[in-house]
Design a protein around this ligand. Structure first.
Ligand SMILES: Nc1ncnc2c1ncn2[C@@H]1O[C@H](COP(=O)(O)OP(=O)(O)O)[C@@H](O)[C@H]1O
Ligand SMILES: [Mg+2]
Length: 367
């Protein structure tokens, strides 16, 4: 009996999540147009949890706070509130701790130029990462490792690439070098901030497959940030949806895609192209989306639920108080008053576009 307990002990000590953001907020103080300062509430009380070997997609439209959240997870921004937790431990702020942190968590930017030194060849760019993070390697050991890394990201034969400058590569090749550079560190977690959005459409799928392989073959956890739900659908195990700096819904991919439980998620899914649904009904699907208008200000965000001004299901209470989080089972949750008021059935019963039309007609009838 005691043997069994001892065998189980290390398991119990292993935290379930490799990386977490716990209720983090980030407020930027910026100069207003008329002098003085204002506060941009870029992220508000967001929680994200990554298990080892998991791919979590963080989706949301431009300006919803995805990059800011990724930069907090990468320790490039200090959270205004809340904490970042790596393997169960709160991370501290000093510089040495920062390097140790980056040997476990690597951020891949949207623009591959941003993370490569343009004045140096591919070999130097990779060698530098190895010198910093794998100091035990000899020069020969690093040379071997560089070739392995380039092969890992399908840049073969490696010798064709080591002497190239970043500008001599295509966008896709550059992003592969960036990924190789991140892998040089042997991280546990990759944070990919829209890593394929600047690449040619024709090579996006290959890139997604490369990322998928890193999870399956190398056991990396990946936070895949995108505004494009179709690629999230292809790649991830779980989806987290952000709107105007807040998380509005999260859960296993199948549940969220098949049965979105927040009106914003429903809109995202219904307005994304889906090969199975065909393209014939795209116009119809987009009918309501045009009327959504501008995303909300993060300086003076809407009261209550931040989505309420754009939501065809909005009720009077939505403008007053932020909705509570409703657990829907199996790790799926949403923050929407429809659930708290027992009216969630309305979501499944219609499309976002139809609900928008119905709401407009109701409002016109009332005026
Ligand atoms: N350094 C900064 N200073 C001031 N505002 C910022 C800064 N970084 C981001 N923001 C603001 O925070 C909000 C969220 O931005 P961001 O995290 O880049 O969103 P996303 O990646 O989803 O497009 C935006 O309104 C943006 O203008
Ligand atoms: Mg961004």
């Amino acid at each position: 009996m005691s043997t069994v307990l001892r065998d189980q002990a290390p398991e119990a000590d292993t935290p379930e999540y490799v990386l977490e953001a716990r209720d983090v907020s980030k407020h930027f103080t910026v100069r207003g147009p008329l002098g003085g300062t204002t506060v941009v509430r870029a992220v508000e009380d967001a929680t994200v949890r990554l298990r080892p070997g998991q791919i979590l997609a963080l989706v949301g439209e431009s300006g919803s706070g995805k990059t800011t959240l990724a930069r907090m997870l990468a320790r490039f921004h200090e959270p205004t509130r809340g904490e970042i937790v790596l393997r169960g431990e709160r991370v501290s702020g000093n510089r040495r701790a920062q390097r140790a942190y980056h040997s476990e968590v690597q951020l891949i930017f949207q623009d591959p130029f941003g993370s490569l030194n343009p004045l140096h060849r591919v070999r130097y760019n990779l060698d530098r990462a190895l010198c910093l993070h794998q100091p035990h390697l000899t020069a020969k050991g690093r040379e071997t490792r560089i070739a392995e890394l380039l092969e890992r990201v399908s840049l073969t034969p490696a010798a064709d690439y080591t002497t190239k400058f970043p500008h001599e590569l295509s966008g896709g090749q550059r992003q592969r070098v960036v990924i190789a550079r991140a892998l040089a560190v042997e991280p546990k977690v990759l944070l990919g901030d829209e890593p394929i959005s600047m690449l040619d459409v024709s090579i996006r799928l290959e890139m997604l497959n490369l990322l998928k392989g890193l999870r399956t073959e190398d056991g990396l956890a990946l936070l895949y940030i995108t505004h494009d739900i179709a690629s999230a659908r292809y790649l991830c195990d779980e989806i987290a949806v952000m709107y105007a700096g807040q998380m509005v819904e999260s859960g296993p991919k199948e549940d969220v895609i098949a049965s979105p439980q927040h009106p914003y998620t429903k809109l995202l899914i219904e307005s994304s192209p889906d090969p199975e649904r065909g393209v014939g009904d795209r116009d119809k699907l987009f009918a309501g989306a045009d009327e959504l208008g501008e995303p909300p200000s993060l300086i003076d965000p809407p009261t209550g639920c931040r989505f309420h001004p754009r939501c065809p299901f909005a009720m009077p209470e939505c403008a007053v108080e932020a909705p509570p989080r409703t657990e829907l089972g199996g790790g799926h949750w949403a923050k929407c008053w429809l659930h708290a008021k027992g009216r969630a059935g309305e979501l499944a019963g219609t499309t976002h576009a139809a609900a928008t039309v119905a709401r407009r007609e109701k409002l016109q009838g009332a005026s």
